[in-house]
Write a protein that binds this ligand. Sequence first.
Ligand code: GRF
Length: 202
Amino acid sequence: MKAVILISGNGSNLQSIIDSADRIDLQISCVISNNKNALGLKRAVSSKIQTFVIDPELFNSKKAFDRELISIINQNGAELIILAGYMRILTPLFVSHYFGKILNIHPSLLPKFPGLNTHQRAIDASEKVHGVSVHFVTKELDGGPLICQESVIIDNSDTEETLSMKVLKKEHIIYPKVIHWYTKKRLHLINDRTATLDGKII
Ligand code: GRF
């Protein structure tokens, strides 16, 4: 299955998807970044994957930016859009255009800690358990139906950095696994609140 991957930064999830692509029946048609300095772009180039940078400063609205994004995605062909550390909020225009075809990975056990700085917020809230969620993207930020979660224990000695490393390790396993469910057509978004795996509501 052809997919486009959107990134903004380091791209360690992108790397784990590239490394698993053959095994999970995924063909990455291109990688798109809103940040020209994203290290993930270098990772894509090293794997001979075509890259595009869309500079937000060249667009006078979020809608105009997302129209350009849609145009590049459609030129390259994609049945699946994978958000892998993409730090821009997608417009309703984009989300409805690709309804049921966008996956995101978020570094918390949603619905806990949507948004940014999830690791520090989990530590500050004296959580004992933290983790990662993969979900379908809908108009609600970090609010689409959950598909899969993995948890990690927060130790007293954990800092934002050590916790983020623990969670990232889990991310690199869980995301390719869920993407494989999608490429095998086992996973479907039914509506803004419901997703199914093998025909059963998750
Ligand atoms: C990950 O923690 C991911 O869950 C979040 O942004 C981070 C991206 O990391 N959405 P990387 O760029 O994949 O290394």
